[in-house]
Structure formats: structure tokens, C-alpha cells
Design a protein around this ligand. Structure first.
Ligand SMILES: *Cc1c(COP(=O)(O)O)cnc(C)c1O
Length: 429
């Protein structure tokens, strides 16, 4: 069956004249898979419906936030209730206290938190905080790790940047990234070398504890622990960007799952339940640097927005119900194992990296362990695969270098249907 995308194509044409690439965030343009974007009209549970009435089993989950699925009834009810009481106050409200309590209780590395409006703001402020606290300027980031689009973090940043083959971006003065040092993910020697040279000038090492913006790439055994050791020894801070892994890998994120506690944690995505949000937190002494208690300025007109807080609280509360993470993991394992069987059977050069309820199918083998190996993937093949899958009513992320996210709305039946679609899509490559 061939799907029609008439209305999406028409909207796209108009949108292109009004917005760069017709979109408000680059990867949505489907450029990375040589396609034209599908305009979504509505979404419910595990499904999205486009403007032409096509239905998709959705595995983008809005790039991670929607771990309960689309339009979860409890989340929607709480957003409605909050909206009735006003959409923003510019003054504190109880929901901010409630979500702070939930997050502090869950994350070993967070005693105090500051909410922001996006993950970008969270990472940007976390770096400022680390610099203010240590009185040092340099930061270490890893090739292929994405931390939002702040100037000095947009260096070899994976995700959309990888997709478009622009490792950084024009408009970022060289002097802005002078203090950003690059290391290789899962390569502790590359970090040691930087510390040998810049040791007492490094304010922080920032990373995704499980990389998910070069496709999913898990940390190798001992990698996170070694980073903890090196930073502690050098008096530098360790920043975990858990914007994806926070509440995806369990209630305590990657830091609990891997038993490594960072000095500063960045959150976003899931904690906003699908509304715009971000947050950064850490120990009391570090967070006491933040204004108005301390001198490090950070602010936001809509930060701690009552609607976003309500959606976040509803999401985290439901997620925390017994058995939910186990269910998510089992469902993902079924899908991943089934997919692995298909790859083996069809003798396709591909591999899968999978952590809890997220994974990436790479068109390369063996499975990538860093940015360089991720880039050996056959992106042309991925594009074709993506298109085949889309026409089978299944929406994977429109780029090789992104993660597939399952939600609690996905069922065994969805997974079986998806495996059928995956088989046909891979067979027809
Ligand atoms: C999505 C993401 C960000 C940026 O969050 P935005 O809300 O898009 O600004 C930062 N870090 C990681 C790891 C992300 O996946």
C-alpha cells in the first residue's frame, strides 16, 4: 500500500516560504533521510496521525519526553486543571516545590534544583555554574555528545549537527569555543591527555552518561567511574547531561543505574511531560552559587511554568508506579531481539545498541562505541529503510543518529506489527 502525503506536502511548501526549511527545529525537516516532513494533526497513546489521515506507530516520542505516550489522560487532565488556574504568574507556585521534591528524592546527585525552559538552557547554565564554582574556564566535552545549541557546546555536537555534516556552526566566533576541549567518548586516555595539559584550568567535564545523540552509544565498563576519579583528583566538576537519560533509565537516571554521582545534573524532556522544560541541579554548596543566594546569574520569565510543572509531576508520578520500568524494558527487549533476528536472517550489515527503553539500529557492524564508529553507518541505507518503514505506518526517527524511544502506551501488539514492518522494510532495501 502506498501512502498519500498530499496535504503534508502542501503544508511543507507553504512552510518553506515562512520558516527556514519549513520547520522550527532542523531534524524535523526529514533532510537527513532525503524526505519531506510529515505534518502531524494529532497524537494519542503510541500513535501519531498526519494531516492526510495516515496513522503511524510512533517511535520518536517527541525525541524522548513522551515516555507515557501521547496525550496521556492523567497528564492532559493536570494540564487542563493548571491552565484553568492561570498559565504563568511570574511568582513562585506550589507545583514548583512539588516537582523539585520529586526530582531531589530520585537523583543522588541533586540536593537543589533550578528549572529552565529547555535542555539547552540547562546545559548552558550548568557550564556557567561549574566555571563560577571552580573559578576556571576550560570545559571538556565529547565528540558526538549533544548538549543543546549554546555556542561553546556546539562543537562536534552529534544529532542534527552530525546529520548535516556541519561539526559546528558559522556564527560561533572561534574565541567562544577556545575553552572547549574535545575528548573521545569511551576513550579515557583522550581525557587523561587533556587533564595532563590543562589540568588546573578545567572547570568541568560534561557528557551524556549514555550517549543518545550519535545514536545510542552506551558507556563502556568503568568509563564513567574513571571520569569521576579524574575530575575529582583535578578539582574539576563532573556534569551529567541527563536530558535524555533522566527518568528514561529509571527514576534516578544514568547516575543511579551506573552508580556514578556527578556534581551537576542537567535534565529536560521527560520532566516536562511534553511541555517545554529543562533543569539543572547539584549539591547544596554548588547550587548556592546560583542567584539570588549566590553571584551566578540565571533567570527565566517562564521558568517553573505552572503548566509544565503540572505535566511533569503527572508524568513522573505515573512513571514511578510499580512495574512500569520493567514493562518498558521487556517490551523494548522483545522489539530489539526480534529486530536482531531479522538482521541475522537477512544477513544485513547492521547492529543495535540498546539501553533500557531506547535503542538505535546502525547500518554498520560492529556496534559503534564512539562518534567515529557511529559515523561509519550507511546513512543512505538508513534513509531508504526509514522511508520503507514510514510507508508501513511506522515512524522511526528521521536520522541515523537518533534514538528510538518506546513508551508505556506501546503494546505487545504494536511491537509485533512493528517487527513485521521492520522485516519488510529491511528485506526491500
Ligand atoms: C535534547 C537534548 C538537549 C537540548 O534540550 P532542548 O530542550 O532541545 O534544548 C540537551 N542535551 C541532550 C542530551 C539532549 O538530548
Amino acid at each position: 500500500m502506498k501512502l498519500q502525503f498530499t496535504k503534508s506536502k502542501r503544508l511543507y511548501k507553504t512552510a518553506q516560504g515562512l520558516m527556514p526549511g519549513g520547520v522550527n527545529s532542523p531534524v524535523r525537516s526529514f533532510n537527513a533521510v532525503n524526505g519531506t516532513p510529515v505534518f502531524i494533526a494529532k497524537a494519542k497513546g503510541a500513535y501519531t496521525y498526519d494531516e492526510d489521515g495516515n496513522k503511524f506507530i510512533d517511535y520518536m516520542s517527541s525525541w524522548g519526553p513522551l515516555i507515557l505516550g501521547h496525550a496521556d489522560p492523567d497528564v492532559v487532565r493536570e494540564i487542563k486543571k493548571a491552565a484553568e488556574k492561570g498559565t504563568s504568574y511570574g511568582a513562585p507556585c506550589e507545583n514548583e516545590v512539588s516537582i523539585a521534591k520529586l526530582i531531589v528524592k530520585s537523583f543522588p546527585g541533586i540536593d537543589m534544583i533550578r528549572m529552565t525552559n529547555s535542555g539547552t538552557e540547562a546545559t548552558m547554565s550548568s557550564v556557567r555554574l561549574a566555571r563560577a564554582y571552580t573559578k576556571r574556564d576550560y570545559i571538556v566535552k565529547f565528540e558526538g555528545c549533544y548538549h543543546g545549541h549554546a555556542d561553546y557546546l556546539l562543537v562536534q555536537a552529534g544529532s542534527g549537527a552530525t546529520t548535516f555534516g556541519t561539526p559546528s556552526s558559522p556564527g560561533v566566533p572561534k574565541s567562544f569555543t577556545d575553552k572547549t576541549l574535545l575528548a573521545k567518548y569511551n576513550d579515557i586516555d583522550s581525557v587523561e591527555r587533556l587533564f595532563k595539559k590543562y589540568g588546573d584550568k578545567i572547570a568541568a567535564v560534561i557528557l551524556e552518561p549514555v550517549a543518545a545523540n550519535m545514536g545510542v552509544v552506551p558507556p563502556q565498563k568503568g568509563f564513567l567511574k574513571s571520569l569521576r576519579k579524574i575530575t575529582k583528583r583535578a578539582g574539576a566538576l563532573l556534569i551529567f547531561d541527563e536530558v535524555i537519560t533522566g527518568f528514561r533509565l529509571g527514576m534516578g537516571g544514568a547516575q543511579k543505574a551506573y552508580g556514578v554521582v556527578p556534581d551537576i545534573t542537567c535534565l529536560g524532556k521527560i520532566i516536562g511531560g511534553g511541555l517545554p522544560v529543562g533543569a539543572f541541579g547539584g549539591g547544596k554548596d554548588i547550587m548556592s552559587m546560583v542567584a539570588p543566594v549566590g553571584p551566578m546569574y540565571q533567570a527565566g520569565t517562564l521558568s517553573g511554568n505552572p503548566l509544565a510543572m503540572a505535566a511533569g509531576i503527572a508524568t513522573l508520578t505515573k512513571l514511578n508506579q510499580r512495574g512500569n520500568y520493567k514493562k518498558l524494558k521487556e517490551l523494548t527487549e522483545n522489539l530489539v531481539e526480534g529486530l536482531q533476528d531479522i538482521i541475522t536472517k537477512l544477513e544485513i550489515k547492521a547492529s543495535i545498541n540498546s539501553v533500557e527503553s531506547m535503542f538505535t539500529l546502525f547500518f554498520t557492524d560492529p556496534a559503534p562505541h564512539d562518534y567515529g564508529s557511529a559515523l561509519t553507518s550507511d546513512t543512505k541505507k538508513y534513509s531508504k529503510f526509514f522511508e520503507n518503514l514510514l510507508c508501513a505506518g511506522i515512524m522511526f526517527p528521521p536520522s541515523q543518529f537518533e534514538a528510538v524511544f518506546l513508551s508505556l502506551s506501546h503494546t505487545e501488539r504494536d511491537v509485533n506489527k512493528t517487527l513485521n514492518g521492520l522485516y519488510r522494510s529491511l528485506k526491500n532495501l
